[in-house]
Design a protein around this ligand. Structure first.
Ligand code: FE
Length: 196
């Protein structure tokens, strides 16, 4: 954690708290590192890919996921991860009419346990400021050109709420297994800066 270069206010508070606990002898930094390593080893985009593939193949799961993602994740042995504060995950579904894209305008909030560490551009001031005011332009910079008839909804993550996009299932994938479908999903597809 100490060598994490996150400059968000929360990260600074965590570093202060960490230093204080170490000073008081209440925290063994090696123990903390082990816990964090165990968590980050399990936090990878393949988790998000599995969630999407299941939602594409199991309409009941899709409904439960959209209704209450935190409750649905354990069906795949997944969760939003531990911590002092429960992060509420909202899964937002792309349709022909609406395309969803996720940002954290304040810092870099991100569903780490499902997507792994966030890409550098996600934390960049350019992306964070521009995607809210000019989402269509930003998506075009990512190579995603949407029809004018498709509305773009931007979701601003924060400490309590995290978002993941449920992309549209590509056409001609009826013959693919759930595992093969998971292989089609991309991290940017889960953030909304790409289609799948
Ligand atoms: Fe944030």
């Amino acid at each position: 954690m100490s060598d994490d270069h996150d400059d968000s206010p929360i990260a600074a508070q965590v570093r202060e708290l960490e230093a204080l606990l170490e000073e008081k002898g209440l925290l063994d930094p090696r123990e903390l590192d082990q816990v964090l390593e165990a968590f980050t080893a399990k936090a990878k985009p393949a988790n998000g890919f599995r969630v999407v593939a299941r939602a594409w193949t199991d309409p009941g799961f899709r409904d439960r996921l959209l209704e209450n993602a935190n409750d649905a994740l354990p069906e795949l042995g997944l969760s939003m991860g531990g911590g002092l504060q429960v992060q509420r995950l909202h899964v937002v579904e792309n349709t022909a009419d609406v395309h969803n894209v996720v940002v954290c305008t304040l810092c870099s909030c991100y569903p780490l346990s499902l997507l792994g560490p966030s890409p550098t551009w996600y934390k960049s001031p350019a992306y964070r400021s521009k995607v809210v005011s000019h989402p269509r332009e930003v998506l075009e910079q990512f190579g995603l050109v949407l029809p004018e008839s498709t509305a773009i909804e931007v979701w601003d993550a924060n400490a309590e709420s995290r978002y993941m996009v449920l992309p549209r299932r590509p056409e001609d994938t009826g013959h693919l297994t759930e595992e093969e479908l998971a292989g089609r999903v991309t991290r940017n597809g889960l953030i909304g800066t790409a289609a799948v």
